[in-house]
Design a protein around this ligand. Structure first.
Ligand code: PEP
Ligand code: MG
Length: 747
């Protein structure tokens, strides 16, 4: 190939397009295409191999090799240079194929005479569909320009393959997105659910890969890049008040959006005959292949950013994928990641959520939990594997996602869902009965809430009230600090909808993982141990005062429960309570009606508070054990860190004995005590907590049924005896003993 690569590949693409326009069968088109490529590149052989199944490639068309080998020659992914190209997703270009590592001789093709070999992966969005191969007798390496021209052609082939224009008869490639797939992730919100995929950011389909007029395509690209830059600048402006990480991400976006290299590569693609959107997709595909091979997490994140930008650019160019698509019924949302406000927009219409990334402690997770929507995170590949409308089953107990499940999986899953539904019906029959154990001990069950959307669950769950209302959620899902009047209205609605049942409002617990988008984040080495919750409230009391005032007003004379989070020592509780008293006094002076009673309590989330002076226990009206935090500090194991968060069992004897001590102190001083961490909603844990003396538990509404069911069928004295025996024996955790006991007594 001697002429300029641009014009050469453009000519080639034009011929390809003409070939595609012919009204012929898929095979005839493939044959025509390989002839065209071989002729244009003046190389003796051009062949196309496509995947037959996940492990096998098949020769589907050739110019130059024996025609009898077509659809006969097959090779495994781990065989030959073709296999190597497909496996690695990288170009193999060698002058001396027979002496190159991995070469496999296939006599039926008659390829022994060919020395030079170049294999180019046919890829779409990082997924390899097949391999385009050129071979020649002369021992020469194909030039960079030739390889580039072939890459452009491979890109078009991938598009045509995707559109089914080349693959009639190849069920495997045709059915790429029809096969069942099982993907694994981590559980962020439990629950088992079935539905249909709704992509938060739908894939863009490039329907016209070719373009005749490069000038016009360049102009389109320029305009689209300008629009992209403006939107990224807006993002950056919005992120200025966000966390350091958020700003960093957006700044990298901006850097990419202005990247000359990225633009130059796309310009070259356009010059070679691709449309602007095909050029964007070609570069995106290359980046995706790199992404899959980069071990470094930071670099991978940056490549993800580029991928996101390419998606935005594609949407601008094609006008596709603005999220206006109708939400199907039984929608299961699939996204790379999602913000809490966006998630709230979808609200309860979703049956489940699967995220490619995400974190257990992210705001989206907090919202999903509040809405009780099953959520599986860290599911690699889900955004590329899933297509809108795909049937999907989400196992939020195991962290497994079944995409386009086959009949066996469907049957097993349907059984699981049916069992759950059956259990729900069973729980509904005991909804209005007390959680009284067989020994006669009554345990009060309350629900945790944080959004207005939670309140409808109060009557249906059978909860006696709201044991923990996380007020920070309202702050987290907004872009601006809510005003006092808004808070008054919200808290009033919450109290109204509780219909006389008590609601324990916990004052703002921000800091640590809960960073408000509009508050300057603090650069803290250990945010969980840092400036958070009541520490912020006492040091900068403005927001705390506003919140207390809003709560007092919202009560409109009714009783009010206020709880301070993360109290580590007596003095903090006293200071916080003093703020509340001052607020009451101000309200009185202003002539507002005061609540008929104000009950004040604290969260016990730090081990230190368990050892506070007796006077503290006498003064505080009620305490609630925040088991999530208490456990993390007790075992020194970060609740957000996947590696350690499940390492220590809640039923570890040390932890249970610690809980027992706290119960003991509260009994002596007659202080009301409850437990409101996630463990309260796990039946076995709840049973053991009750056996240790807890008489009030607060949990997700969906857990109330299962917990009540187990408590009503158990004798707490017997459970306590089992725990004591296990402790005396030196067991590390009482779980095996309790499980055995449950099994032996029949469930
Ligand atoms: C806890 O720590 O157990 C708790 C209930 O509070 P949060 O999960 O909001 O930190
Ligand atoms: Mg906590």
């Amino acid at each position: 190939m001697t002429s300029s690569p641009d014009s050469e590949s453009r000519k080639l693409l034009r011929r390809l397009r003409d070939a595609m326009a012919e009204d012929s069968s898929g095979q005839a088109r493939l044959d025509h295409i390989v002839q065209l490529i071989a002729g244009s590149l003046e190389t003796e052989v051009c062949s196309i191999y496509l995947f037959r199944d996940a492990e096998t490639l098949e020769l589907c068309a050739t110019e130059g090799l024996n025609q009898e080998a077509v659809h006969q020659t097959r090779m495994r992914l781990n065989e030959g240079l073709v296999g190597r190209t497909a496996r690695t997703g990288k170009v193999v270009n060698t002058a001396e194929a027979p002496s190159t590592r991995g070469f496999r001789y296939m006599p039926e093709t008659g390829e022994e005479v060919f020395s030079a070999f170049a294999g180019i992966p046919i890829q779409r969005l990082g997924e390899t569909l097949g391999v385009l191969v050129v071979q020649s007798k002369t021992a020469r390496k194909y030039s960079e320009d030739e390889i580039y021209a072939l890459e452009v052609v491979a890109m078009v082939l991938a598009e045509m393959t995707e559109l089914g224009e080349l693959t009639a008869g190849n069920d495997y490639v045709m059915a790429r997105h029809q096969r069942p797939a099982m993907l694994k992730g981590s559980v962020a919100q439990e629950g088992v659910t079935v539905g249909y995929v709704h992509l938060h950011e739908p894939r863009v389909v490039v329907t016209s890969p070719f373009a005749d007029d490069p000038e016009q395509e360049l102009a389109r690209l320029d305009t689209a890049l300008d629009t992209l830059r403006v939107s990224v600048d807006q993002l950056l402006a919005g992120a200025q008040s966000g966390s350091k990480d958020q700003i960093e991400v957006v700044e990298t976006y901006r850097m990419f959006a202005n990247s000359r290299g990225w633009r130059r590569r796309m310009e070259a693609d356009i010059a070679s005959g691709l449309s602007a959107e095909a050029a964007v997709e070609k570069e995106q595909s290359t980046a995706r292949t790199r992404l899959q091979q980069v071990p470094d997490a930071y670099l991978r994140d940056r490549l993800h950013d580029l991928d996101d930008l390419s998606n935005r650019l594609l949407r601008i160019l094609t006008g596709q994928g603005s999220s206006t698509t109708e939400l199907p019924s039984d929608a299961i949302l699939i996204a790379r990641n999602i913000g809490p406000a966006e998630l709230l927009d979808y609200g309860r219409k979703l049956k489940g959520i699967v995220l490619e990334e995400g974190a257990v402690g992210s705001h989206a997770t907090i919202v999903a939990r509040a809405l009780a929507i099953p959520l599986v995170i860290n599911v690699r590949g889900i955004t590329t594997e899933a297509l809108t409308g795909d049937h999907i089953m989400v196992d939020g107990e195991q962290g497994i996602v079944h995409l386009r499940p086959d009949d066996t999986v469907k049957a097993a899953f349907t059984d699981k869902v049916a069992m759950q539904a059956e259990a729900q019906t069973r729980y509904a029959t005991i909804r209005d009965l007390p959680a009284t154990a067989l020994c006669g001990t009554k345990v009060s069950l309350h629900m945790n809430a944080g959004l207005m959307a939670d309140l409808p669950s109060l009557p249906s769950s059978g909860a006696e009230g709201v044991g923990l209302f996380r007020t920070e959620l309202q702050f987290l899902v907004r872009n601006q600090m809510p005003r006092r009047a808004e808070l008054v209205a919200l808290y009033k609605r919450v109290i109204d909808s509780a219909g006389g049942k008590p609601v324990v409002f916990r004052t703002l617990d921000i800091g640590s993982d809960k960073v408000l988008p509009y508050m300057k984040p603090n650069d803290e080495p250990n945010p969980a141990l840092g400036w958070r919750a009541i520490r912020v409230g006492l040091d900068k009391p403005g927001v705390l005062r506003m919140q207390l005032q809003a709560l007092l007003r919202a009560a409109e004379g009714r009783p009010l429960h206020v709880m301070f989070p993360f109290v580590a020592q007596f003095e903090e509780y006293r200071s916080a309570k003093a703020e509340l008293e001052k607020a009451q006094e101000r309200e009185r002076i202003l002539g507002h009606v005061l609540p008929e009673a104000v009950h004040v309590g604290a969260m016990l989330e730090t081990p230190s508070l368990a050892f506070a002076p007796r006077k503290f226990f006498e003064e505080v009206e009620f305490l609630s054990i925040g088991g999530n935090d208490l456990k993390q500090f007790f075992f020194a194991a970060d609740r957000e860190n996947e590696r350690v968060r499940r390492r220590y069992d809640t039923l570890n004897v040390s932890f249970l004995s610690f809980i027992e001590q706290i119960v003991g102190r509260c009994v002596t001083t007659d202080t009301r005590l409850s437990f409101c961490g996630e463990d309260a909603g796990r039946p076995i844990e709840a049973l053991c907590l009750a056996a240790m003396g807890l008489r009030a538990l607060s949990m997700r509404p969906a857990s109330i049924g299962p917990v009540k069911h187990l408590l009503r069928r158990s004798n707490l004295d017997e459970v306590k005896a089992v725990i004591d025996t296990a402790r005396a024996r030196g067991d590390q955790s009482v779980r095996p003993a309790v499980m055995d006991w449950l099994r032996n007594r029949g469930g």
